[in-house]
Ligand binder design. Structure first.
Ligand SMILES: [Zn+2]
Ligand SMILES: [Zn+2]
Length: 374
């Protein structure tokens, strides 16, 4: 079978032929991979800045944003059967008995850093025709979401963050309604998304669905299909080339939430001073090492204290976030069918993966497909 692999030694990214895996344990499932999304993490891995092959291997099969069809199950598998569609979670627990996060099934909060991640760190990924995995890491996908389920994994970033934001909002300013129904948690509040990549756009859709008055701020100027998508979901796009952070804050009023999805430390730091009273600043981007900048830690500290602010970092996601992502994808699809259709730029064969990953992104999300029936 074919797989897309990166070889850090000779610094090569290519399609390889390898033997298809087999079920060897009773809790395993055999997956026929359908779609695998490409993201910035893949680009970093294929530029040899990030990513580690499994111990003893000279290569890493990439791919972590997946949707697959179950084609075989081990004797102890209970929830799944052949024909089911699944999205796999990516991170696998560390082996340490003392890691309370991993031992309780919350490896996204792992203390030790010795977790593995399929397609990223010490475990092969999903950009292959067939994959064997364990039932417990599979998230069942309703058949109606087949076309967009590949977006579930990148959407979990926003879902994990929002679950914590809602919890904090419902437990902090005491006048907010703790019983607010889905779609109303953000009513009367404003949210600013930094960045217009897939994580930012999916974050904006999630915030708009939760009822926030949502702004998206990035460098790009119109015309741009990503800006069209912001318009289509009823959010407001503002370009950093035309409007400064203070001007933006003036326009938005109290900024209750900033959702950072650019991974650029200077840009994120420049946004901190406009975070509003009782505001929450969520960081999701992982910046590469960037030039040192002078900052003003005193005013940052003053604001955090005097305005009851929260600075929150979040990485990876657990089972609840996958369930929420699949629920929200269905909500997006019903609410904005045309816009959701534009999220996936195209489906391409595995042979095109290296150039798609390393080239300039064309649409919003490029997808590698092994589904010959599509
Ligand atoms: Zn990704
Ligand atoms: Zn751990």
């Amino acid at each position: 079978m074919r797989a897309v692999a990166v070889f850090p030694g000779p610094r090569v990214v290519k399609v390889i032929e390898q033997e298809a895996p087999r079920i060897t344990e009773p809790d395993q499932v055999m997956l026929r991979m359908l779609d695998i999304g490409i993201c910035g993490t893949d680009k970093e891995i294929c530029s040899f800045e990030y990513g580690t092959p499994p111990p003893g291997d000279d290569h890493l099969v990439i791919g972590h944003e997946s949707v697959a069809e179950v084609v075989g199950v081990g004797s102890a598998v209970e929830r799944l059967r052949a024909g089911d569609l699944v999205v796999s979670s990516v991170r696998r627990p560390c082996p340490h008995p003392g890691c309370l996060a991993c031992r309780s099934g919350h490896q996204d909060y792992c203390y030790t850093g010795d977790f593995s991640e399929r397609g990223i760190k010490e475990a092969h990924g999903y950009m292959a025709e067939y994959v064997v995995d364990r039932e417990r890491y599979m998230n069942l996908v309703p058949p109606g979401l087949r076309e967009i389920a590949v977006l579930a994994e990148p959407l979990t970033i926003a879902e994990k963050a929002l679950a914590q934001i809602f919890w904090m909002m419902q437990n902090r300013p005491p006048w907010l309604d703790p019983q607010a129904r889905a779609g109303e948690q953000g009513r009367g509040l404003s949210a600013l998304v930094l960045g217009i990549g897939p994580v930012g756009l999916l974050g904006a859709m999630t915030l708009a669905t939760a009822g926030f008055s949502t702004y998206v701020y990035s460098r790009e100027l119109p015309p741009n299909p990503r800006i069209d998508l912001v318009d289509a979901i009823g959010a407001t796009y503002v370009s950093s080339q035309a409007t400064t952070f203070p001007e933006l804050a003036e326009r938005m009023g109290n900024i209750d939430l900033i959702y950072e999805a650019v991974g650029h430390s200077h840009f994120a730091l420049r946004a901190l001073p406009v975070l509003g009273t009782n505001g929450i600043f969520v960081l999701t981007g992982v910046p590469g090492l960037q030039a040192f900048v002078e900052t003003d830690p005193a005013s940052t500290m003053r604001n955090l204290v005097l305005k009851n602010q929260v600075l929150l970092g979040t990485v990876n996601a657990g089972t609840d976030a996958f369930a929420a992502a699949l629920r929200d994808l269905d909500a997006f699809r019903q609410r904005w069918p045309a816009a959701v259709g534009t999220l996936i730029a195209g489906r391409f064969p595995a042979e095109q993966a290296p150039e798609l990953i390393l080239g300039r992104p064309t649409g919003i999300k490029s997808v590698i497909t092994f589904d010959t029936s599509a």
